[in-house]
Design a protein around this ligand. Structure first.
Ligand SMILES: NC(=O)c1ccc[n+]([C@@H]2O[C@H](COP(=O)([O-])OP(=O)(O)OC[C@H]3O[C@@H](n4cnc5c(N)ncnc54)[C@H](OP(=O)(O)O)[C@@H]3O)[C@@H](O)[C@H]2O)c1
Length: 183
């Protein structure tokens, strides 16, 4: 069955970017790219992905306007964002409920898994619909005090795997459901 995974890196205090959308704190960390829960291993199982507008704009800005993904990607936005020039893979803009996008991604993925890139609220929208399956995160030994939250919802997750990858804790969680206290 197709699995939807939020694969991301976070600070110890739960931010995936600083308030100015900087990831400088992340890119200076030491990691073994062949180590546990690495991106190449994760990418090999994927058939489609989805991200929010801020993440889309960040990627284009930091990749000189080039779109790096061969994977079919959906971008959630209310705006008329410009499509990337000469993308390596298809980019589809969508807005509104995430269930319809989820169905389109499953159809495109050919039995492979799905990646929700972020941000945190978009992942929350999938969780709200009961469509999130797991969270894999690299936890950096950094605190920022403020920034873009990893997952601004009240949820229960089950820790499935946790190990060190150089400067990070690499952890995998299964999504359980809304926080027990809220049920
Ligand atoms: N640490 C990591 O590994 C990692 C991973 C991913 C992202 N990031 C970074 O984290 C930050 C995330 O930014 P963010 O929190 O603003 O989240 P985001 O999900 O990238 O962007 C949020 C925006 O997406 C659009 N959107 C979200 N849901 C929508 C829906 N259902 N329908 C239509 N539009 C929708 C809205 O934009 P509009 O209404 O303006 O169109 C919303 O303001 C970025 O800086 C990104 O680079 C870091």
């Amino acid at each position: 069955m197709t699995k939807l995974t939020y694969y991301t890196a976070t600070t110890l205090d739960g931010f995936i970017a600083d308030p100015d959308d900087s990831l400088d704190w992340l890119f200076r960390q030491d990691q073994d790219e062949k180590g546990p829960l690495n991106y190449e291993w994760f990418r090999a199982g994927l058939g489609a992905g989805v991200m929010g507008a801020t993440t889309y704009e960040w990627i284009l800005e930091h990749e000189d306007g080039k779109w790096p993904y061969t994977l079919p990607m959906w971008v959630m936005t209310h705006r008329g964002l410009k499509p990337p020039a000469e993308p390596k893979g298809p980019v589809t803009f969508a807005s509104g409920g995430v269930r319809e996008v989820y169905d389109e991604m499953v159809a495109a993925a050919g039995g492979k898994d799905l990646w929700v890139v972020g941000g945190g609220d978009l992942v929350g929208q999938f969780a709200d619909e009961g469509l999130l399956d797991e969270v894999i995160t690299y936890i950096a030994a950094v605190t920022l005090g403020a920034g873009r939250p990893i997952l601004p919802r009240r949820l229960d997750l089950e820790l499935v795997e946790a190990t060190q990858n150089k400067a990070f804790i690499a952890a995998r969680y299964r999504y359980v459901g809304p926080l027990t206290e809220d049920r």
